[in-house]
Design a protein around this ligand. Sequence first.
Ligand code: CA
Length: 369
Amino acid sequence: MSRRQFIRNGALTAGALALAGCSSDKPEAVEARDEATAAPKVEWRLATSWPANIKLLQNAAARLAEHMAAMTNGRFTIAIDPASKTKAPLGVFDFVREGQYQMGHSASYYWKGKDAATQPFTTMPFGLNAQEQAAWFWYGGGVELMNEVYAKHGLLSYPGGNTGVQMGGWFRREIRSLADLRGLKMRIPGLAGEILARVGVNPVNVPPGELYTALERNVIDALEWINPYLDESMGFQQIAKYYYTVWHEPTGESQFLLNKSAFEALPVNYQSMLLVAMKECSFDMLCESVYHNALTWSEFQAQHPDVHVGALPDDVMAELRRQTELVNAEIASENAEFAAVLDSQEQFLAAAKEWTAISEQNYLDLREA
Ligand code: CA
């Protein structure tokens, strides 16, 4: 504001105050200010990829709606439709792009068929862990890169809640060698599916609400979902008795998707509230996930003694690591945006590895000694 404007506005305010009479409960200046700052009424809709009963994932959108309503005295509402309502859990990208919904809550790597560069924003096999990925997103240019990738689809995307480190998945049969992977039909989204395809697995992407039935009816032989807290509630341990530790999803960031035009049409204060609220919801999911996994795991093995828990054999892991590098390089050679995102993550990973080793890893080893 220029000095001249300031003086003029100041004079107006003083004049209005002087004129304020007893006929109104509010001085005119206050009424004028209310009008100038009146919060418009906004009614948005948000579609998620999750069944309503998967609270950890659905909570992010629910919290966002609560925060926005509270911060705007109910002027900005967000109505949430779970996958059971839309009947299209993997339709969220198109719903939001076309403006049918202003927002979505989903996972970026579900869109690999639409845009390969969306995949690294959820997780990368052998890549960053949750803490490192958050640092990359918010200080290493990750959020900016993500929005460059999504902008060409008329979308914006922000971190929407992290599950933390996941588990490697459930198998009906023990995996003793690479040969045991050949011909397996496995639900596994993202790059990990492509990597497993190179060693003979047939990867499929089954919507979350259909996972148990698909495993039970032999539509799939194996699956990965999330972590003990959510996996146990899905009941996979009743069917598959081999539960492997992670290689493919060392972090699992879900996403808020926004219709770019709808976001840009909002008043600046609403945009700021949304950005702050999304960040809070993202952090909250990580806290909720770590807490409940710790409690679930403390009883898991005693409650399910017939479930074998362990890592995939060393030679299987070595081959998956080799294939990961080949798949990443192949996609990067065909897709410049994927290459830019991968390069940004890998540069940070190289630095983060050293720091994590001397700090976290050193301490974790010490704590267990
Ligand atoms: Ca997963």
